[in-house]
Design a protein around this ligand. Structure first.
Ligand SMILES: [Fe+2]
Ligand SMILES: [Fe+2]
Length: 272
């Protein structure tokens, strides 16, 4: 069995320290094979906030795969935003904006969707590049393992039910067609601070399309909540079975506890 913890939107600089301690405890107890962090590690991309995020990640002592979020791009230092939007993230969190993790049969790829600017008044929106999607699809194709193929982005690539404008990263439709043909098994994302998992059909090469699982994570430890408690996703995959459990923390509680759990099975057309 492969166990992945999917945490997101930590927003160091605006965290509940009790949630931070509870999350570290929960992850140490559940001992995932990999901790995926889908962006917004900081609130304002300040050095002190990156330092706090780095210390937290180090304290977990687990393999990590991290992508940046829009809050990890410094908006308050305009030259920095455009000259090196991910400079601090690259120096202090991860030296690679498109990391790939392989272990056993598993392959997990990250793609950055946060940008210095996008063609929209709201620069917090994201964009996924066609070249990045092709690079991930090629990595999936070359991967010899029979295990799951997983993509991590900060901004969702498929609409999140209940999110106000159902916005997805720009160019998502094109990227999803490429990833559908590459038979991606699982899409992990954050940004909207809501948790949910579902089977979605991607436009792939097959007549019926390819069904993959999409999982959104709530904000793991920040006080920037949108009507949902802090939480993260615990994902167990064994052969053709996948379980996505939401782990939830309430301010009046001590430990993270089990929340909604969804079960998926893989068949000829993908995951349902
Ligand atoms: Fe966020
Ligand atoms: Fe975000």
């Amino acid at each position: 069995m492969t166990r992945i913890a999917h945490i997101s939107d930590l927003h160091f600089g605006r965290v509940d320290e009790r949630a931070v301690a509870a999350l570290a405890d929960d992850l140490r107890t559940l001992a995932p094979d990999l901790v995926v962090v889908s962006g917004d590690l900081t609130q304002r991309a300040r050095r002190t906030q990156f330092r706090e995020a780095r210390a937290f990640l180090d304290s977990l002592e687990r393999p990590l795969l991290v992508v940046p979020g829009n809050h990890d791009v410094p908006w308050h230092i305009l030259p920095g935003r455009f000259l090196g939007p991910h400079g601090r993230f690259l120096r202090m969190i991860s030296p690679d904006l498109g990391p790939i993790h392989r272990s056993g049969g598993l392959i997990v790829a990250g793609l950055p969707t946060s940008r210095a600017a996008v063609a929209h008044w709201n620069w917090s929106l994201g964009r996924v590049s066609t070249s990045g999607a092709k690079r991930v699809a090629e990595a999936f194709r070359l991967h010899a393992g029979a295990g799951p193929r997983i993509l991590v982005t900060h901004h969702p690539l498929v609409p999140v039910s209940g999110w106000k404008d159902r916005h997805v990263a720009f160019n998502a439709k094109r990227a999803l067609a490429i990833l559908g043909r590459a038979r991606v098994d699982l899409l992990l994302a954050g940004h909207v601070h809501l948790s949910q998992s579902a089977s979605v059909v991607l436009p792939g090469g097959d007549p019926g399309g390819w069904h993959c699982v999409t999982a959104q994570a709530a904000s793991a430890v920040s006080t920037r909540l949108r009507g949902e408690p802090n939480g993260y996703n615990l994902i167990d995959i064994e052969g053709a079975a996948m379980v996505v459990q939401t782990r939830v923390w309430e301010p009046d509680g001590v430990d993270f506890r089990e929340g909604d759990t969804n079960h998926f099975k893989r068949g000829a057309e993908g995951w349902r």
